[in-house]
Design a protein around this ligand. Structure first.
Ligand code: FES
Length: 148
C-alpha cells in the first residue's frame, strides 16, 4: 500500500455513489466523506474529483475554503483520570470506565494529581478538575470538542 491509498477508498466510493447524482454534488459528498471518516483526507481529492467529473483544483478549492472541513483527523483531547486511593474510594474507577465508554478523548490513568481533597479528580488538556461526576465529564468533553 503506498501513501496515496492510505485512506478508506471504499467509504469514499460509497459516498460518491450515494450522492454523486445530486445537483451540485461536491458539498454533499465532502460532508458525507467527513461524516464517514471524521475528516476529508487530501489523498481523497483525486478520487472525489474523478468521481464527480471535476478538476482536482475545484475539489481542493472547496475543501480548503470551508473551515468546517478537516483534512487531518481531529486531535483527540487527552483526559487523565486519577486511579490513586482517595479518588478510587469515591468513584474514580467508574469515571475511568465512563470516560473510556464515552470515547472521543484519549484516556490515561494517572496516580494522584494532588487533588485528593477534591476527589475524584481528572485532568483534561492539562487543566485539573475536582469532584468530578460522569455528567460534568460529559459536559467538559463536549466543551473541548471531543467527538462523541
Ligand atoms: S488520589 Fe486522586 S488526586 Fe490524589
Amino acid at each position: 500500500m503506498n501513501h496515496t491509498d492510505s485512506y478508506d477508498r471504499q467509504a469514499v466510493g460509497r459516498v460518491i455513489s450515494e450522492r454523486g447524482h445530486l445537483d451540485g454534488p461536491l458539498m454533499p459528498v465532502l460532508h458525507g466523506v467527513q461524516d464517514a471518516l471524521g475528516h476529508v483526507p487530501e489523498q481523497a481529492v483525486a478520487q472525489i474529483a474523478q468521481g464527480l467529473n471535476l478538476s482536482r483544483a475545484e475539489v481542493h478549492g472547496v475543501l480548503t475554503y470551508y473551515h468546517h472541513f478537516r483534512t487531518q483527523p481531529a486531535r483527540r483531547p487527552v483526559l487523565q483520570v486519577c486511579r490513586a486511593e482517595a479518588c478510587r474510594s469515591v468513584g474514580g474507577e467508574q469515571l475511568l470506565r465512563h470516560a473510556n465508554a464515552a470515547g472521543g478523548c484519549g484516556v490515561e490513568a494517572v496516580y494522584c494529581l494532588g487533588l485528593c481533597a477534591m476527589a475524584p479528580a481528572v485532568m483534561l488538556e492539562g487543566q485539573p478538575y475536582g469532584r468530578m461526576t460522569a455528567q460534568r465529564l460529559d459536559d467538559l468533553l463536549d466543551d473541548v470538542g471531543g467527538a462523541r
